[in-house]
Design a protein around this ligand. Structure first.
Ligand SMILES: Nc1ncnc2c1ncn2[C@@H]1O[C@H](COP(=O)(O)OP(=O)(O)OP(=O)(O)O)[C@@H](O)[C@H]1O
Length: 274
């Protein structure tokens, strides 16, 4: 493992906090002052139970932040992550809110729905701007009443869900354009966290790169190479349009092609953007 840097910069997850689906990291690296500020805001908001809206570019670590919010909230239920882009078609409502046994069609989420599965825990809705409008209204009602109405049900079911949502688009603009429910936006915006893109958190780049290098080397049972000075400079100068996910992939590739215990600038396979 790399050195954790300043206090609080490396938070390690236990196995139970990790989802087999999307998250590969075991830890959150927060070294840059902007990341540390974000972490302080996260610690302040997490125990409150308020809904939280995370805005950040693709691959910048929104889901990892959401997991950290769940973890620091000490809620005992599950962390359930759903991409709203997948909630389409006439099964979407049943997927999200569940359905009664007599409902004719089955959904991936099962009868309980994703919302009900997060009872006592945290529901993470990624790309909330993609949620169909009729489900935006229903979501707002569920949040306000703390009850859900399953498809085909005549009575509402009480549920205790903490909602964390993420967006890579400007939701305020979506409200102005009429594609996002203004009341839902106001409700979600109570707890707002802006996750800066990696290029604006330059001090995170090398600690993250070293962290990923150690993680992949351990997994592949390889010795951990070092970045030479040119490679380190190159990593810090790249603009990272794909953010931390892009960095993780670049480091993984570099590890595989490195020789003599060193990663050189040419091993990084980065475009000439500096
Ligand atoms: N601060 C961090 N420390 C360690 N690993 C990180 C950090 N931020 C992101 N990662 C890793 O980078 C990858 C992308 O992160 P994540 O999936 O959370 O991003 P995202 O913003 O939710 O992406 P998307 O926009 O595709 O939903 C993951 O493998 C994650 O573990």
């Amino acid at each position: 493992m790399p050195s954790p840097g300043p206090e609080g910069a490396l938070l390690t997850f236990t196995d139970a906090d990790r989802s087999p689906l999307s998250i590969r990291a075991k830890a959150l690296v927060f070294v840059d002052p902007r990341s540390q500020q974000l972490h302080r805001e996260l610690e302040r908001l997490s125990p409150s139970g308020l809904p939280i809206l995370i805005q950040g570019e693709t691959g910048s670590g929104k889901e990892l932040l959401a997991r950290q919010i769940h973890r620091s909230s000490a809620r005992q239920g599950l962390f359930v992550a759903v991409n709203c882009g997948a909630l389409i078609g006439n099964q979407a409502e049943a997927e999200l809110f569940g359905y009664v046994p007599s409902h004719p069609v089955r959904s991936q989420a099962g009868r309980t729905g994703w919302y009900g599965s997060a009872n006592g825990g945290t529901l993470y809705l990624d790309e909330i701007g993609d949620l169909p409008k009729h489900l935006q209204r229903k979501l707002l009602t569920a949040l306000q009443t703390r009850e859900i109405l399953r498809v085909g049900a005549s009575n509402a079911t009480p549920v205790d869900v903490r909602l964390v949502v993420a967006t890579s688009i400007d939701l305020e603009r979506a409200v102005e354009a009429g594609t996002f429910n203004a009341h839902l936006y106001e409700y979600l915006n109570e707890g707002f966290l802006a996750l800066p893109p990696l290029r604006q958190r330059v001090a995170d780049i090398l600690p993250l790169a070293e962290y990923f290098l150690a993680m992949y080397a351990q997994r592949l049972e390889l010795p951990v190479p070092l970045f030479d000075d040119h490679a380190a400079k190159r990593l810090q100068a790249h603009t990272w349009p794909g953010n931390t996910r892009e960095l993780e992939n670049v480091v993984h590739f570099a590890l595989l092609v490195s020789r003599d215990g060193l990663i050189r600038a040419g091993d990084l396979n980065l475009p000439d953007d500096q």
